[in-house]
Design a protein around this ligand. Structure first.
Ligand code: MD6
Ligand code: FE
Length: 215
């Protein structure tokens, strides 16, 4: 199939792994020294918690949010909320430096208009995993998602548009940023159980920030 000029194809470039149309890993893109204190401040205002899925399973990944909207799950379903159900307060604001990082990464992969209003913050300890899923609770599926990895490396599973598609396995290191949107926006993906380890910045832990346009 010939490339269409209006399709956000991400060209091969140094430090980049193309995943498909509109999707790529930008290796070592994020400045971590600046990010980690922001994550700690978010967690101080809106503590990490293990959400329950609609099916009644407690997730092994602990989550919190910053930005106008936060992703939550409980027995009633998955959705975005303006307030943290645990504290009753709005989610902490999205720090300008985080937002700027997400916007620059999106632009580098062909999405210059990305304006995130939600940032889900995931915390993995060894053994924590994310089973294959699509991110489809956002109101604007035309906007990409930008995902930043911090701390221990993880194996990211990059599947296809059908749940049964066999996933590629990609190692995500601290500082890697994954962008996906356009024709790849609804690709199934997941994270293998986090291997044990000790990272100089985070200890036995991996954080992942995913920026979305939820409204
Ligand atoms: C993670 N990320 O990397 C989990 N979803 O820890 C996701 O589930 C994800 O990285 C949508 C877009 C990017 C992601
Ligand atoms: Fe996801």
């Amino acid at each position: 199939m010939a490339a269409q000029p209006d399709l956000p194809l991400s060209p091969p470039a140094p430090g980049r792994t193309p995943l498909g149309p509109g999707a790529a890993v930008l290796h070592g893109y994020a400045d971590l020294a600046a990010l980690l204190p922001e994550v700690r401040a978010i967690a101080a205002a809106a503590p990490f918690r293990h959400l329950v899925t609609p099916g009644g399973h407690t997730m092994s990944v602990a989550m919190t949010n910053c930005g106008a909207l936060g992703w939550v799950s409980d027995r009633r379903g998955y959705r975005y909320e303006r307030t943290d159900p645990q504290t009753g307060r709005p989610w902490p604001p999205m720090p300008a430096a985080l937002r700027a990082l997400a916007e620059a990464a999106a632009a580098a992969v062909g999405f210059p208009d990305f304006a995130p209003d939600a940032c889900l913050v995931n915390r993995y300890v060894p053994g924590a995993r994310l089973t294959m899923h699509q991110d489809r609770d956002e109101g604007d599926l035309g906007a990409p998602i930008v995902s930043v990895s911090i701390g221990l490396p993880a194996v990211f599973l990059w599947g296809g548009l059908r749940r049964a598609d066999r996933p590629r396995r990609l190692r995500l290191e601290s500082g890697d940023v994954v962008v996906w949107g356009g024709p790849s926006r609804l690709v199934f993906h997941g994270v293998d159980p986090l291997p044990d380890g000790d990272h100089p910045l985070t200890g036995a832990c991996r954080f992942n920030l995913t920026f979305r346009r939820a409204a």
